[in-house]
Design a protein around this ligand. Structure first.
Ligand SMILES: [Zn+2]
Length: 337
């Protein structure tokens, strides 16, 4: 009976939470970071962060029964590490309607779109489930334990398979004023290049991992070597020019979001800036060149993401703490009424 009462209270709070409250002894958290290319699964056991992640291809989820595959991935992982699950936290590369448990704009894994994923996972896994936009989960991690600590206004841009962005104000990932910022999908050119979202000429079509994959094919070069080969004498001048343009378009993204939102701190992350030979200084210089002088061109604080890999674990802790705070205040309101 007590379990039922608590479950009712959870569903009443109207946010992205649910599951089995019968977890008195459960103290472990599984964190699934679902990017456009890879799924990384890690855990937090009684507050201690894991050091290694299980890696799978995101293609595993590009199937009609993607939800069932997700359940199996998490269930198998929990069994492998003998976890007693209190919660599962998932970063999803999509837009989330937390209140109605709806996922949309999941361009790389459209099979996850639709209603009811959180509720389904909670019921199948018998634990609480929280979904968060993948970039926001990373940014929350930086805010809790990394380069964005003590920062009330942080804009994160992550260059990976696509271009992910999130704006975190006062550590609140669900601030409705700055939700669903799709910084990869503003148009910049008039060449008619198709974006993964279906539109043409989104900046993501010119400045993301998709772009690099295309360049690597054209140049018959391993994609991970592109920036190293750029400087080799034998390499063609054309690729050098293409990659210079690529960095310029990435700088356009950073300059645009900073011009519009004027954040206290800009965090730049994702897999592309971590590639061998990636010209970080060039990106920052080009970004500042396109900002208004003198402010914010010279004053904008820019940091690289400092917790690649473990940021989603810290983000998961921040999310759970935030939710715990919300739940207690909601319970209080319910009692008063
Ligand atoms: Zn687009």
């Amino acid at each position: 009976m007590s379990v039922n009462l608590i479950e009712v209270a959870n569903s009443d709070d109207g946010n992205a939470y649910g599951g089995n409250a019968n977890y008195t002894d459960a103290n472990d958290i599984v964190v699934l970071d679902n990017g456009g290319t890879r799924i990384r699964i890690g855990h937090i056991r009684s507050g201690v962060l894991c050091e290694e992640f299980a890696i799978h291809s995101s293609q595993l989820l590009c199937v009609p029964n993607a939800r069932e595959v997700l359940v199996e991935l998490i269930r198998n992982y929990a069994q492998q590490y003998d976890l007693n699950l209190k919660a599962a936290i998932l970063g999803i590369p999509a837009l989330l309607d937390r209140e109605n448990d709806i996922i949309s704009h999941c361009n790389n894994i459209p099979q996850l779109q639709g209603r009811g994923l959180r509720a389904f996972l909670a019921e199948e896994l018998h634990c609480d489930v929280l979904l968060e936009q993948d970039i926001m989960l990373q940014l929350l991690g930086e805010w809790k334990a990394g380069a964005a600590r003590q920062q009330n206004s942080v804009f994160g841009v992550y260059f990976g398979t696509g271009i992910g962005a999130a704006y975190l104000l006062n550590g609140d990932p669900v601030n409705p004023l700055v939700q669903d910022i799709q910084a990869g999908h503003f148009p910049i050119m008039a060449e008619g290049k198709i974006c993964k979202c279906g539109n043409t000429d989104c900046v993501e079509a010119y400045a993301s991992g998709h772009t690099l994959t295309g360049l690597a094919v054209q140049a018959a070069c391993p994609v991970e070597k592109l920036f190293e080969y750029r400087f080799e004498d034998r390499w063609k001048a054309r690729l050098h020019d293409e990659l210079s343009q690529f960095i310029l378009y990435q700088a356009y993204v950073l300059a645009t979001v900073c011009t519009m939102f004027n954040p206290g701190l800009l965090i730049v992350g994702g897999g592309i800036p971590l590639m061998a030979g990636y010209p970080r200084d060039e990106l920052i210089e080009k970004t500042r060149n396109h900002l208004q002088k003198p402010h914010p061109a010279t004053t904008l604080k820019i940091s690289w993401a400092s917790l690649p890999g473990i940021a989603p674990l810290h983000g998961a802790l921040a999310l759970l703490e935030r939710h715990a705070g919300n739940s207690s205040s909601i319970t209080q309101v319910n009692r008063l009424s």
